[in-house]
Write a new protein. Structure first.
Length: 319
């Protein structure tokens, strides 16, 4: 079916899905006068319009609405980094839609297994300096932390490596967030993720999680956004049907573009398909203001509680 570009009811929907319809090997890259971009195959060209196949629809685009046109050899050409934090702690990017299989392959190396003497959880690396986000409750009251990364070797196989002496950088018990720093490794570089620009995901959109449920490493689960603003004890969470189990805590929740939209942190025990994630807005606020949450084991806000040593018994006290 061919749709006229001027149909206003269809326009908004198409603008949302244009960047996602990109399984092209060599396609035309069209920039419109209003700033929007389209990637697709030009089926027919006339003096007045182009017929462009974007995969799910065929668009009729008036020539006077086209600013520029070029060829794109790779889907990765669409990727555009929007911004970085001031100290380049994390990156925010606008990415094309890809299959979950492909996204898991690309970003699976950035997801870690976080271990302490009392348990384990998940995390994800946000820059090449080894900064890693996880849940506060994963490392609560612990200082001996090890992180396992899964590095893909030149032959395509995963190499499992445990790194000890991981540093706690910042903790926020209220939002259940923690920032760790993994010591640099001389022979490997850290794979990183991109954070979503905002919390614009909608109910029904497909999402997926990568983590270590019950210690089952690098497990991928998929679902949809049930609601983007579930209030629980004064904090807004993303509710999702994605399977979240013990061990998933601290792992990333991705959208269909591979951008992290939240940090998985809990599920309802007596129900299925009731998982929750901390929205990326809270995560970026925590990272941007991490100095306010800097780790200090003597601070009462860290969750540590120290008891006085037992008093030495005296002769008088025994009477």
């Amino acid at each position: 079916m061919i749709h006229n570009w001027c149909h206003t009811g269809l326009r908004a929907c198409l603008l949302i899905t244009i960047l996602g319809a990109g399984n092209f090997v060599r396609a035309d890259w069209i920039e419109l006068v209003n700033g929007h971009k389209i990637q697709g195959d030009v089926l027919k060209e006339s003096n007045n319009h182009l017929l462009v196949d974007i995969g799910i629809e065929v668009l009729r685009i008036p020539v006077d609405q086209i600013r520029s046109r070029s060829k794109s050899d790779k889907l990765s050409d669409v990727k555009k980094t929007i911004s970085q934090s001031k100290d380049k702690l994390y990156s925010v990017a606008e990415l094309p839609v890809k299959s979950i299989k492909e996204l898991a392959r690309i970003y699976g190396e950035a997801v870690t297994l976080v271990q302490t003497p009392s348990g384990l959880g998940s995390g994800f690396i946000i820059n090449d300096r080894g900064y890693c986000v996880t849940n506060y409750h994963v490392v609560e009251k612990e200082t001996r932390i090890a992180v396992t990364i899964f590095h893909r070797t030149a032959n395509g196989e995963f190499q499992r490596r445990q790194i000890k002496d991981v540093e706690i950088v910042a903790l926020n018990p209220f939002f259940d967030l923690a920032l760790l720093r993994i010591p640099r490794q001389k022979d490997i570089s850290f794979r990183t993720v991109y954070l979503a620009e905002n919390d614009q995901q909608r109910e029904g959109e497909e999402v997926f999680a990568i983590g270590n449920p019950l210690g089952l490493e690098r497990s991928v689960s998929r679902g949809i956004v049930s609601t983007r603003n579930r209030n629980m004890q004064g904090i807004v969470y993303i509710q999702t049907t994605t399977q979240i189990n013990p061990g998933n805590s601290g792992g990333p929740l991705f959208n269909s573009r591979g951008e992290v939209i939240g940090v998985t942190n809990m599920k309802l025990i007596l129900g299925e398909g009731l998982g929750f994630a901390i929205p990326i807005t809270y995560v970026k606020h925590f990272l941007d203001n991490r100095d306010a949450f800097a780790f200090d084991k003597t601070s009462p806000n860290t969750g540590y509680r120290y008891f006085d040593a037992p008093r030495r018994k005296t002769v008088n006290s025994e009477k």
